[in-house]
Design a protein. Structure first.
Lengths: 300, 235
């Protein structure tokens, strides 16, 4: 074989599975909507991370002399019914909402993916058992289920993450199981079987990379949903203790003053909407990029 | 006389109460292309899948180089597995869509050869050349390749395991006529060079007559006759 063949080969990085990742990043940069959402998300993650340094006030300092103030130079987003600075509370609240949302999605995604893979790939009694467990978890209405778990465990950040993860994982498991069921009959998977590859190798190299796209899309959109669920639970008064600023709890408290001080609900509401929209855009973008049949998809 | 590469004895398969095939017996010699002809739905593919261990027949024996794969331990079967390979019918799903052609090609080598990166590259290049592939094919994802190019990669992939026996399930039925001939010629060339045996499954009698040494006719779930095409093995 001549060297031109080999040189061209190496230059084009044919052996490199990393090319897969770099293609994905390239596609993200080609999409303006995703780039916008990503920059906005990173900006807000940065603000949330540095919230204790940039917040103009202590988010929990009560100042009854300055309660229910409208936005002004002193308090950019106004104050709440206890005189606490709304901007500071929204910034610190972002820290709470985002860390809980990422925690919940990560735990449910990992657990759900493993369970879904096991059910779909091994089939038989493993599938029967896991599918019934998944059905049971899916049969409960999410918020009611989380309320029940929190009622037993008590409120708090860790318990909230645990409760929402218990509610969410089955969704990931169901999507993953469906994907694996169709993939394991595909001829490239059968080729790997006849080549003598083991189950773990096949799942890692062929099943998960081909099945993960809809699960990642679900996860991205779920980040927005989890933020809404945290807000709902806080709104119902069972999510987090009162001393932890959180957007849902702020909405709940602000509803009493809707007529006189509407910004107390508008600003936290906008923050929630903003994140849900960002995650929806990212979810849609990831779906398009990972879909081999979509124009501009990674495998085109 | 040496043992046949593959001997199938009284193979039978039932799905529930319906019998797919019964009493299927044939053997394939080293370097032989044995054709299996039958209508769609006659159970040809299922027989092929049983031979490579993807399906478990209800009854019978499948002897590969004299050893019954149905009564083998898992470890022993895993060791034997590279020797018995399969080409599937649909080129578009034969390769992992998320791996470039070359990654697909060298996967079995990575699993079995223990070769390091550079040696792997070189062996992959040799196999690519052997099957008439060009560098630009190898840099592409499977969705950017034609059916014929994919079947070449599949053949290169299979040959990397130096199989004794290959079940080719309608390998050319999804290809146009000129590419069909190219792939069949490539299979014959590889047979001459490596001595591999083929079980060629097809519903196209013309294709079978062109390349097979013998053809078995599958009708109503059983082999009714075996035709000798009078072509010497490896000629």
């Amino acid at each position: 074989m001549d060297n031109i063949f080999a040189d061209k080969f190496r230059k084009e990085g044919l052996l490199l599975p990393e090319a897969y990742g770099s293609d994905f990043v390239k596609k993200v940069f080609q999409r303006k909507d995703m780039l916008f959402a990503l920059v906005a998300l990173l900006l807000f993650i940065g603000l949330a991370l540095f919230a204790p340094l940039i917040s103009p006030y202590n988010p929990n300092t009560i100042d009854l002399k300055n309660k229910n103030l409208s936005p002004s130079g002193e308090h950019l987003l106004g104050t709440d019914y206890l005189g606490r600075d709304l901007l500071s509370r929204i910034l610190i609240g972002a820290q709470t909402s985002l860390s809980i949302a990422f925690g919940v999605v990560l735990i449910s995604l990992l657990f759900g993916t493993v369970m879904g893979c096991a059910a779909g790939y091994y089939g038989g009694i493993v599938d029967e058992t896991l599918s019934r467990v998944i059905d049971i978890f899916l049969s409960f209405p999410g918020v009611i289920f989380a309320l029940t778990i929190l009622g037993v465990l008590g409120s708090g950040v860790f318990n909230l993450i645990l409760a929402l993860s218990i509610v969410q994982w089955a969704h990931y498991a169901r999507v993953m199981r469906g994907q694996v069921l169709s993939l394991k009959r595909q001829e490239f998977v059968l080729s790997a079987v006849t080549s003598g590859a083991g189950d773990f190798y096949i799942i890692r190299k062929h099943i998960v990379p081909n099945a993960i796209a809809p699960v990642l899309v679900l996860a991205t959109i779920d980040l927005g949903h989890v933020i809404l669920s945290i807000a709902t639970l806080s709104f119902l008064g069972i999510g987090l203790p009162a001393d932890i600023p959180e957007w849902g709890a702020m909405l709940s408290a602000g509803k009493e003053f809707m007529r006189t001080a509407p910004y107390q609900t508008i600003f936290p509401g906008l923050a929630i909407t903003f994140f849900v929209v960002i995650f929806s855009i990212l979810g849609d973008g990831i779906r398009d990029i990972l879909d081999p049949n979509h124009e501009g998809g990674e495998i085109y | 006389m040496s043992l046949p590469v593959l001997a199938v004895n009284e193979l039978a398969m039932k799905f529930g109460n319906s019998e797919v095939f019964k009493n299927v017996s044939f053997s394939v010699e080293a370097g032989e292309t044995f054709g299996l002809f039958g209508k769609s739905g006659s159970g040809k593919t299922t027989i092929g899948r049983c031979i490579v261990g993807l399906e478990k027949p209800t009854y019978g024996k499948i002897l590969v180089q004299g050893k019954d794969i149905l009564r083998m331990g898992k470890k022993e079967f895993r060791e034997l597995r590279p020797k018995v390979q399969m080409i599937f019918q649909h080129p578009e799903t034969s390769l992992d869509p998320r791996m470039k052609a070359f990654e697909n090609l060298i996967e079995p080598l990575k699993l079995h050869s223990g070769l390091k990166k550079n040696a792997l590259l070189e062996r992959g290049e040799e196999l690519a050349e052997l099957t008439g592939l060009r560098p630009e094919h190898l840099a592409r994802y499977p969705s950017h390749l034609s059916g014929g190019e994919i079947q070449r990669i599949v053949l290169a992939r299979i040959m990397s395991l130096s199989p004794a026996f290959v079940v080719a399930d309608e390998p050319t039925s999804m290809l146009d006529v000129s590419v069909q001939a190219q792939i069949l010629r490539l299979m014959q060339k590889l047979q001459k060079e490596t001595g591999v045996s083929y079980l060629l499954i097809s519903h196209d009698l013309e294709v079978l007559r062109r390349v097979c040494h013998r053809i078995a006719y599958l009708e109503d779930g059983t082999i009714t006759s075996v035709e000798n095409i009078k072509r010497g093995i490896n000629t």
